[in-house]
Design a binder for this molecule. Structure first.
Ligand SMILES: [Zn+2]
Length: 316
């Protein structure tokens, strides 16, 4: 049982991810049309293998390059793999992933080389709170056969998908809008407590908010998220999205509450205000926390609430 009231929308079927689609799993879409398409492959090994056994899959489309949306690409060895043109480089040169995710910014180029060695080896020990060292990173970023662009209409036969560019979560992130079905797949505008996530070098809070507001305006009855909640009708999505985006303001407030004295970014990040300190033993969670703290601080500076003096942030 998926737990969702409705999982089929004409030729579009939602394949729920393992463990309630919690990160690092995600919901997968299957489009059973003239062109048989899988959108994002993060549902899990069993469901992706089952699907491949039952169906000819012509095409795999990734909404973006993050692990939880591409982890099982490698199983679809007979399908064309597509990703948006802004991120296709990630599958030609994995160092691009190291740059976009923030590994270069936070830990430096050499750390990325060591990371590539770790993911290349299937026996590398895993870290506790992220898929940092997962070998599927290596396997599933090995190939790209085509690219699509924001604004494209992808034609699968009866089903057409409009590619809505929605940056902020990642550089090339997009939502897939199916106007004839009244459905939009919003992927990582997922309304979960883990987000809003803008923790890569390519993440951007202002763009994230703007993109969410654009997506909310689409004429769709159903909004399908990549994680957890899954399938929402428009009114519920709107309410959830309002609460979700307010978490960004709460992060601002929490940071401001710590600025009774001037503090460096490092000192603030070390408090674990976005992702708690106990998770920082995983270098990736520490990186997300650092970059998101930085982005919230930069937003507070832009809004005139905080200023940066001699490398320390202080209230205006
Ligand atoms: Zn993502």
């Amino acid at each position: 049982m998926s737990g969702f009231a409705k999982t089929e929308f004409g030729p579009l079927k939602v394949i729920p991810g393992e463990n309630g689609s919690r990160f690092p799993f995600s919901n997968t879409l299957f489009i059973d049309d003239d062109v048989k398409v899988v959108i994002d492959t993060g549902a899990g090994s069993k469901s992706m293998r089952d699907l491949k056994k039952k169906q000819r899959i012509d095409m795999v489309i990734n909404t973006h390059y993050h692990f939880d949306h591409m982890a099982y690409n490698y199983l679809f060895d007979e399908s064309k793999i597509l990703i948006n043109d802004r991120e296709a480089e990630c599958y030609r040169d994995r160092r691009r992933i190291g740059f976009l995710l923030g590994m270069v910014e936070v830990y430096g180029e050499k750390w990325v080389d060591a990371w590539l060695d770790r993911i290349a080896n299937p026996d590398t020990e895993q870290t506790p709170y992220s898929p940092q060292n997962n070998h599927k990173w290596w396997l599933s970023s090995a190939r790209v056969d085509g690219e699509y662009s924001w604004g494209d209409t992808l034609d699968f036969g009866r089903t057409k998908a409009h590619v809505i560019g929605a940056p902020g979560h990642s550089e090339g992130f997009c939502c897939m809008y199916f106007p004839d079905l009244g459905v939009v797949y919003v992927a990582d505008f997922d309304l979960t407590a883990f987000g809003p996530w803008y923790g890569g070098t390519d993440g951007d809070i202002d763009l994230f908010i703007e993109s969410c507001k654009n997506i909310e305006k689409l004429d769709a009855k159903y909004f399908i998220t990549g994680h957890e909640i899954g399938i929402l009708e428009k009114d519920d999505f709107k309410i959830g999205l309002g609460n979700y985006l307010r978490r960004i303001e709460k992060r601002d407030s929490l940071i401001l509450s710590k600025l009774s004295e001037p503090l460096t970014l490092e000192a603030l990040a070390d408090m674990g205000l976005i992702y708690g300190k106990k998770f920082h033993e995983d270098a990736w969670v520490a990186m997300w926390n650092y970059l998101m703290t930085k982005k919230n601080l930069q937003r507070l500076v832009r809004n005139g609430e905080v200023k940066l003096v001699d490398n320390e942030y202080q209230k205006q």
